[in-house]
Design a protein. Structure first.
Length: 315
C-alpha cells in the first residue's frame, strides 16, 4: 500500500506542554490509536521520570510502543521508524486513525520524511561508499565534525546523529567542490504519509512554570526511588536509558556529591532547556506544522479538532 495514502495525526510539542490529555480527547473523537513517539517511554520501569501515561489516563484508548524494552537495551530513530510504520499500517487497516504522540524530534522527523537525493551531478557511489566506510570506523560525531569544518552552515542544520544526511552533505562537497549549504536540490524532505502535524505550545513563562511544578510532582510521586533503581541496575554503564533528564541528575546525589534540592533544581533547569531545544527543532525541521496555543485548553482542543476534521475531510 502507498504510505502517502494513509492519513495520520502527529501531536508534538515540548515536555510538559499538555500532549497527553489532548491526544486522548482527539483519539476518542476521531477513533484513533496512539503510538508513543518519546525515546524514553519505550523503556519498562521508567514511568515517573518519563511522564509516561497511566492506564487510567489512557481511558480505554489503545496505546502502542510503551514498555517494549529493558533499560539495558539500545534504541534509535531507525528502529522507531521501522516499528512505527508497521503499526501505522495495522491501525489504518483496522479502519482507525494512527496518532503519533511525543516530543522526540529526531524520531518524528525520521518517521515522517524521506530524503530524496535528486541531483545526479552531485552523486558518486564510490565517494559515498568511501564516506560510509569512514563513518563505520570513526563514528557519527567525527564525520559531523568534518562537515562542521568544511561547511558550518550545513552542520547547523544537520544533527550529528543523522549520519545519512551528514554523509550526503560531505558527498556533495567532495563531488562538486562547493559547500553543501550554497546549493539546492540535493536534500529535499518528502513526506512519507499524509500527515496532519499539530505542535502544541504555551507562552514561555507559563510553560516553564508547568515544567517546574511537574518536576516537584514527580519527586513527590517517587522519582528518587525510580532513579535509584536505574542507578543500581546500570552500575556505571553508559546505557541510553540513564541519559534521560530526570535520572542522570540524581547520580551525584547518590554519590554524596550533591544535595536533593540541587538535584531538583538541576532537573528543572535541564527540562526547561530541553523544551527550548524541542521548540527550535519543531520550528526549523518539520514541514507545515499547525501550532496550537494551549493557554486555554478548551479553545485548544476545539481548534485542534477543527484542524484534524478539515484534514481528514479533504484527504
Amino acid at each position: 500500500m502507498d504510505l502517502k495514502s494513509i492519513s495520520i495525526l502527529v501531536i508534538a510539542g515540548p515536555t510538559g506542554v499538555g500532549k497527553t490529555q489532548l491526544s486522548i480527547d482527539l483519539a476518542k473523537e476521531f477513533n484513533g490509536e496512539i503510538i508513543n513517539g518519546d525515546s524514553l517511554q519505550v523503556y519498562k520501569h521508567l514511568n515517573i521520570g518519563t511522564g509516561k501515561i497511566t492506564a487510567s489516563e489512557m481511558d480505554g484508548v489503545p496505546h502502542h510502543m510503551l514498555d517494549i524494552l529493558e533499560v539495558s537495551e539500545p534504541y534509535n530513530a531507525s528502529e522507531f521508524k521501522h516499528e512505527a510504520t508497521k503499526l501505522i499500517n495495522k491501525i489504518h487497516h483496522r479502519g482507525k486513525l494512527p496518532i503519533i504522540v511525543g516530543g522526540t524530534g529526531l524520531y518524528l522527523e525520521g518517521l515522517l520524511y524521506d530524503l530524496e537525493f535528486g541531483r545526479d551531478d552531485s552523486q558518486d557511489e564510490v565517494v559515498r561508499k568511501g564516506l560510509e566506510e569512514q563513518a563505520s570506523e570513526l563514528g557519527n560525531l567525527a564525520m559531523w565534525n568534518r562537515l562542521n569544518e568544511l561547511d558550518p552552515e550545513a552542520a547547523k542544520k544537520i544533527p550529528y546523529q543523522n549520519l545519512r544526511r551528514t554523509i550526503r552533505a560531505l558527498e556533495v562537497i567532495q563531488v562538486t567542490g562547493r559547500s553543501f549549504s550554497s546549493q539546492t536540490g540535493h536534500d529535499t524532505k518528502k513526506s512519507v504519509f499524509n500527515e496532519c502535524l499539530l505542535v502544541l505550545n504555551r507562552e514561555r513563562e507559563a510553560l516553564y512554570d508547568r515544567i517546574n511544578l511537574r518536576v516537584h510532582e514527580m519527586v513527590k510521586a517517587g522519582l528518587e526511588n525510580e532513579a535509584k533503581w536505574l542507578y543500581n541496575q546500570a552500575e556505571g554503564a553508559d546505557w541510553q536509558s540513564v541519559k534521560g533528564i530526570g535520572y542522570k541528575e540524581w547520580w551525584p546525589y547518590f554519590n554524596n556529591q550533591m544535595d536533593k534540592e540541587e538535584v531538583i533544581v538541576t532537573i528543572q533547569q535541564n527540562s526547561r532547556r530541553y523544551a527550548k531545544r524541542q521548540l527550535t527543532w519543531f520550528r526549523n525541521r518539520m514541514n507545515h506544522p499547525q501550532w496550537i496555543d494551549m493557554t486555554n485548553e478548551e479553545d485548544a482542543i476545539n481548534e485542534a479538532s477543527r484542524i484534524v476534521k478539515e484534514h481528514l475531510e479533504n484527504n
